[in-house]
Design a protein around this ligand. Structure first.
Ligand SMILES: [Zn+2]
Length: 441
């Protein structure tokens, strides 16, 4: 049924929407179709048919359908409406619709920029002396970012809305100056220098203190970014969004993000306490050491939902439970680099199972450790820089596969598949790890 805002409201009593959606599974396709139909000012009263897989041969001899199929293939989706009139005498269509509401994208971007430039010190002893907020690197700069850079530049996911539009929603990688990568205004100069001295000016030995600091930095950066994202969306909602579908989507986002942020704050207070009391051994870690030259540098974290064997570890949708957290990053070591997983001991229940599943996967299936670690970084970390030398040598096909992986991670309509850490992006990294260091029980 058309809503009052629908441009066909006076003419049309109802319509059937035919949706062609480019997706990897029916749930995601349905979620997308539902959103885009609602966004075009319709109230969905009934679903005639749930998503089925189609290819071009399904539409042979049907020009309009083939056209829609091809449009979806290039743009991601195509929707055609066939309506019936209020007097019940005629049908109209297929037609496509203008929406009553245009999202104020430039206002949104301005606001986003303002928020990201609002510095604040996240140090556990922050206070009135934190007056000189600096651009702090969340990825180790001296030996990690600089080790992969070429003329001071690295590749990272493009943050420009324009390029997202141009590439039909697919994320792309773009070259940036090292100082534009991984920095955030999350510490004052004094605290940043003092606190991170053991990791900024020294290679990972590792000591518990160093690991705790790496993990803390990932956490603080995520907290900074999440607070901004949440405030941005809340501001937008407060300014008033007349379109129900968009309002619902943003409200859903706010609910999920608030829950994630509450959990981040709880984790940060555990880290704060451990740092304040110098109880560095509260950090648990697994380090994979490689003597090769690194080709990517990253720092991130996530709430492990499924493990490497596809088993559920915690239900991220259950807001009555506290979420357990793991951080991971690349670090420079004496003879090469390391892939470091770390967690506060209060998250050991989930994180130990998570790390054990990786060991089991490697041992039982003889699958490659480097594939698993590469896949995890590319899927769960947007704060990641790539060596231009390495990236520019990859063929187009592989670059697209990597971009698709990152896109699926950012897609709000996508349901995480239980097996998402089990397969994908095989044979790309060619990493070799000679050594594992851990203080896990
Ligand atoms: Zn400070």
């Amino acid at each position: 049924m058309p809503t009052k805002e629908n441009e066909k409201y006076d003419l049309v009593e109802g319509a059937l929407a035919h949706c062609w959606i480019k997706e990897t599974n029916p749930q995601n396709a349905y979620a997308k179709a539902e959103f885009f139909v609602s966004k075009s000012d319709w109230k969905i009263t009934k679903v005639e048919e749930y998503p089925i897989e189609v290819n071009e041969s399904n539409f042979l001899g049907k020009d309009l359908r083939t056209e829609n199929y091809l449009k979806a293939k290039s743009d991601g989706l195509s929707i055609a409406y066939v309506g019936w009139s209020r007097d019940g005498k005629t049908t109209t269509g297929p037609f496509q619709l203008k929406q009553s509401f245009e999202f104020p994208i430039s206002e949104y971007i301005d606001n986003q920029k303002k928020l990201s430039q609002r510095g604040r010190c996240l140090h556990y002893e922050n206070g009135h002396r934190c007056n000189e907020i600096i651009k702090a690197h969340s990825i180790q700069k001296n030996q990690s970012l600089s080790a992969i850079a070429q003329n001071g530049h690295v590749y990272k996911i493009s943050s420009e809305i324009g390029s997202l539009k141009k590439n039909k929603g697919r994320l792309t990688y773009k070259k940036y100056g090292v100082n534009k990568v991984s920095t955030f205004l999350g510490f004052c100069k004094k605290h940043d220098n003092e606190l991170f001295e053991p990791i900024d000016n020294d290679l990972l030995k590792p000591t518990d203190q160093q690991v705790l600091l790496y993990s803390y930095r990932s956490l603080c950066r995520e907290l900074f970014v999440s607070e901004n994202a949440l405030e941005l969306t809340k501001n937008q909602l407060e300014k008033g969004i007349t379109q129900e579908a968009i309002k619902n989507m943003l409200s859903g986002y706010v609910t999920g993000k608030s829950f994630g942020l509450e959990n981040l704050k709880r984790h940060k207070s555990c880290y704060d306490k451990s740092l304040l009391n110098k109880s560095y051994s509260n950090i648990k870690y697994v380090i994979f050491q490689s003597s090769q030259k690194p080709v990517i540098a990253f720092s991130g974290l996530f709430y492990p939902d499924f493990d490497f064997l596809g088993r559920e570890l915690q239900n991220l949708g259950d807001q009555t439970q506290d979420l357990q957290l793991i951080t991971f990053c690349s670090t420079p070591m004496k003879n090469g680099w390391a892939y470091l997983f770390a967690w506060h001991k209060t998250s050991s229940k989930v994180c130990v199972d998570f790390m054990r599943s990786l060991a089991t996967m490697i041992y039982n299936n003889k699958s490659s450790l480097s594939d698993h670690l590469f896949r995890l970084a590319m899927t769960n970390c947007e704060n990641l820089a790539i060596s231009p030398k390495w990236w520019e040598k990859l063929n187009k096909d592989i670059k697209e596969k990597i971009a698709d992986r990152a896109t699926s991670m950012a897609d709000i309509f996508a349901v995480t598949e239980q097996s998402y850490l089990m397969e994908g992006l095989e044979g790309i990294s060619d990493w070799e790890f000679e050594n594992v260091i851990t203080n896990m029980d």
